[in-house]
Design a protein around this ligand. Structure first.
Ligand code: CA
Length: 229
């Protein structure tokens, strides 16, 4: 649920805004003076701020400026005077929207929703994407360490996962068992190249339709293995 902070000294207006926003499913907090409002805006995490311009202690200009120095959260400025809105724009304080009093509460709600939706899209487009390797129906999510074969998730042990990923990331390249052992198991590992054979067998059981006729990991007799492109 999105949390909204309203900083507004006119209690009736603040309550009206709160009622409408709560009816739309938002969680709303109110502060009636600028000092408290600024304090909470900086210390707590809200998803959107609605700031009145003329406030006791600290005005809306200053609150907007300080929030913007610290956060990208959407800010909606509310003012009684059209002139003030031009002033906010002119100051380039980084407010996202401006509403003049009197305004219709449903219009305020619509604007809040639009800004939250836009901000969510912005955040999700900046989120780092998982590192994915995809070859012919096999999808390996390296970040989440998960594997899907034709859409069905399969469970792999750590080494099986590492070996499959290494081969899939270097398709069409023949590796000897020694090379694979060195690559996947560190030098101090107990074991030998037979371990590689065992792991390849396990991987094939999970990814191949017919383990006797592997379509993904081929055995190159006398040499090693190759992930078919
Ligand atoms: Ca005011």
């Amino acid at each position: 649920m999105s949390r909204i902070l309203i900083v507004e000294d006119e209690v009736a207006i603040a309550d009206l805004e709160k009622d409408y926003l709560e009816l739309s499913g938002f969680e709303v907090e109110i502060e009636n003076d600028g000092r408290r409002g600024l304090d909470r805006a900086l210390k707590e995490d809200f998803d959107l701020y609605i700031l009145d311009l003329m406030l006791p202690e600290v005005d809306g200009f200053e609150i907007c400026r300080q929030i913007r120095e610290n956060k990208n959260t959407p800010i909606l400025m509310v003012s009684a005077k059209k002139d003030d809105i031009d002033k906010i724009r002119g100051l380039g304080l980084g407010a996202d929207d401006y509403v003049t009093k009197p305004f219709s509460p449903s219009e305020l709600v619509a604007r809040v929703k639009a800004h939250l939706a836009r901000y969510e899209r912005l955040i999700s487009s900046n989120a780092p994407e998982n590192d994915i390797v995809e070859i012919r129906g096999i999808r390996i999510d390296k970040t989440a360490r998960r594997v899907w074969v034709n859409g069905e998730e399969k469970q792999f042990t750590t080494k099986e996962f590492d070996l499959l990923t290494f081969l899939a990331e270097n398709p069409n390249h023949v590796f000897t068992k020694e090379e694979l052992f060195r690559e996947i198991w560190d030098m101090e590992s107990i074991g030998d190249i037979a371990t590689v054979t065992v792991h390849i067998k396990k991987i094939r059981e999970k990814i191949e339709m017919n383990t006797n006729k592997p379509q993904y990991i081929e055995t190159i007799w006398g040499v090693g293995y190759r992930f078919k492109l």
